[in-house]
Design a protein around this ligand. Structure first.
Ligand SMILES: C[S@@+](CC[C@H](N)C(=O)[O-])C[C@H]1O[C@@H](n2cnc3c(N)ncnc32)[C@H](O)[C@@H]1O
Length: 256
């Protein structure tokens, strides 16, 4: 697989296949509205935890030099870059939202990592790669945006080599009552209000995030997610709550 940016497409992500039908998806619309300022505001709105959580995820990766890694829903390529800085691996990032990938490509070029990080436009549900291509597959904040999380995990597992690692990072809901109360106030009141002066796009995100996380966690509590991983051939090594469960890191290995 080519991991260098194509010479004839210097300023745009590689388009592998149509990410969806003619109508833009909800996720594309949502992230189109925030792409240029995504990294800054993601940090601010998580009280500067966003990069720490990302680093925590990447620190669980056990890679060998030259390994090939897929970063699904790479967005602005933050996870892909974190992997590139910490492991001698080749990384492919895939995302449906072109504006997020364009911001990602700028970051990749700025850090002179275009020889190791390739960005592709495409969707997680239909990955444009043969079976068992990658040594590790990582996805962050993806499953709330897909219609069928089980089928999506199956697709991620398909492109993972036996013995390869699957890792995820997603928001969660804290269990401790005091933290849950703070979480509810923050997501129901603070986020929707404090994003108003930022931009329309961020206000939309600020209103969307709480109900999205709450709904997803009700439908897919961590035990159910772990079962889905197992059903799709991934032996879960561990899951760990970050900041009292506001985020959850999971990692495991595909059975040989
Ligand atoms: C919250 S952002 C996270 C970006 C990045 N993973 C990070 O940690 O900064 C979610 C990303 O998922 C992408 N996304 C949503 N649904 C997707 C899908 N079905 N396939 C691929 N990417 C998707 C969005 O375009 C967006 O860039």
């Amino acid at each position: 697989m080519k991991t260098k940016k194509r010479e004839d497409q210097p300023t745009s992500p590689v388009e592998s296949r149509p990410a969806n039908t003619a109508s833009r998806t909800f996720a594309q619309d949502l992230f189109d509205g925030v792409a240029p300022s995504y990294d800054t505001w993601a940090q601010v709105l998580t009280f500067f935890q966003y990069l720490r959580w990302r680093a925590s995820l990447v620190s669980r990766m056990a890679l060998r030099p030259g390994n090939l890694v897929l970063d699904v829903c790479t967005g602005t390529a933050g996870v892909a870059l974190e992997i590139a800085h910490n492991h001698n691996a080749q990384i492919v990032g895939i995302d449906i939202t072109r504006s997020m990938l364009e911001a990602g490509l700028c970051a990749v070029e700025k850090q002179s990592l275009d020889g190791r990080v390739q960005l592709i436009q495409g969707c997680a549900e239909h990955l444009p790669f043969p079976d068992e291509t990658f040594d590790a597959v990582v996805f962050t904040y993806l499953l709330r945006y897909v219609q069928d999380p089980n089928a999506t995990i199956r697709e991620l597992s398909r492109v993972l080599k036996p013995g390869g690692q699957l890792l995820s990072l997603e928001f969660g809901i804290p269990k401790a009552l005091w933290m849950r109360a703070l979480w509810e106030i923050y997501n129901r009141v603070v986020m929707p209000v404090m994003t108003i002066p930022v931009s329309r796009g961020w206000h939309r995100v600020g209103c969307f995030l709480g109900p999205s996380i709450r709904g997803f966690c009700q439908r897919y509590p961590v035990d159910r997610l772990a079962a889905i991983w197992r059903e799709n051939g991934i032996t879960l090594a561990e899951m760990r709550g970050l900041l009292h469960g506001v985020a959850i890191v999971m990692w495991g290995t595909k059975e040989k």
